[in-house]
Design a binder for this molecule. Structure first.
Ligand code: PHE
Length: 342
């Protein structure tokens, strides 16, 4: 009896001691089989009880059951501890701090036109304008008609147009690649009521021989503000502020009278540029003016009630001024030696 009780006691001590060293599920399972399994050590001792007499069997049996319960409890607790430790380890290794800012990846850079477009739109967004976009393939109707440039009007010659090869039932070719972003003036005014304050960045196309300041495709940013009581002073104030934001306070700005059929009066705006090609001292960056009453009436606005100003500027020209680029054809010739400078 004594010795059986002792071996149960020893076995329990040793087994629990071993258990406390185990730190992975495989070893834990081996331990279970060795101690508590059908052919395990404890099972072996308990089997030997059959040889004892009844009273002894009762005593030692009770001891054996206690030992078994203690070992099973120890096993279960160790199992829990091991899996908790593993979870904690995984959580630590795979922790993601979603508040960390992203790391820059060396995938390249933004095209200089894109960079300047963003600066331009930021400047106008800060002054309360919203950004909208429109189609590059446009109808004659929006590109010309709605802008007070009817068919056969000599002003059409101001825009050398790339016509789309589509003939309608009346035998006309009414589709073109937009020559400017101004068609969006009419599209916007047709869809909303004043007050209107939008800018429209986008690509334009012209059937044109290229030179240092002319490309056959280029970007424009159209601007339109319509409300009650808007005057030419608002136009100048807005465009001066724009020039200050892009070029700083030192560059000079010049307005001259100019003609566009959809504004009256019309102007163009130039920035001083004494190193520029031609040596005139100025480079023109946009056309602008007060929206023509006929354009307002055309979209159903009451020209007696509403006035507005519009402008259309050339981002590539602005990039040329900012970075001292001498030829607009650099922008889209995709020479990496050029592009890598920005
Ligand atoms: N759309 C004109 C052009 O491409 C520029 C312009 C826009 C002029 C708005 C006046 C008002 O030449």
């Amino acid at each position: 009896t004594q010795s059986t009780a002792q071996s149960i006691e020893d076995l329990t001590q040793n087994a629990l001691q071993e258990l406390s060293q185990i730190d992975n599920p495989d070893e834990l399972e081996q331990w279970r089989v060795r101690i508590l399994g059908r052919r395990g050590e404890l099972t072996g001792i308990l089997r030997g009880l059959a040889q004892l007499d009844l009273e002894e069997r009762r005593q030692v049996g009770a001891l054996g059951n206690q030992a078994k319960a203690a070992l099973e409890e120890g096993l279960e607790k160790r199992g829990r501890d091991i899996s908790e430790a593993r979870l904690a380890q995984v959580a630590d290794l795979e922790r993601i701090d979603v508040t960390l800012p992203g790391r820059p990846v060396a995938t390249g850079r933004l095209h200089p036109t894109t960079q300047v477009l963003r600066e331009i739109t930021d400047a106008f967004v800060a002054m309360g304008f919203s950004i909208v976009e429109g189609p590059e393939v446009e109808w004659d109707h929006y590109n010309f008609e709605m802008l007070n440039i009817p068919q056969g009007h000599p002003a059409r010659d101001m825009w050398n147009t790339l016509w789309v090869d589509y003939v309608n039932e009346e035998g006309q070719r009414p589709m073109l690649l937009r020559t400017h972003t101004s068609p969006m003036q009419a599209r916007v005014m047709e869809s909303v009521q004043p007050p209107v304050r939008v800018i429209v960045p986008g690509k334009c196309y012209r059937y044109e021989a290229t030179d240092a300041t002319h490309e056959w495709h280029f970007y424009q940013v159209e601007g339109l503000a319509v409300d009650e009581g808007i005057t030419f002073a608002d136009l100048k104030g807005t465009l001066y502020e724009f020039a200050r934001r892009l070029f700083g306070t030192e560059r000079k700005v010049r307005f001259r009278c100019d003609y566009f059929p959809f504004v009256e009066p019309g102007v163009d705006m130039s920035i001083d540029c004494f190193s520029c090609e031609g040596g005139s001292g100025w480079i023109e960056i946009m056309g602008a003016g007060m929206v023509h009453p006929r354009v307002l009436a055309g979209v159903g606005y009451d020209p007696e009630k509403y006035t507005g100003f519009a402008f259309g500027l050339g981002p590539e020209r602005i990039a040329m001024l900012k970075y001292g680029i001498d030829d607009i054809r650099h922008f889209y010739s995709n020479d990496l030696r050029f592009l890598r400078q920005f």
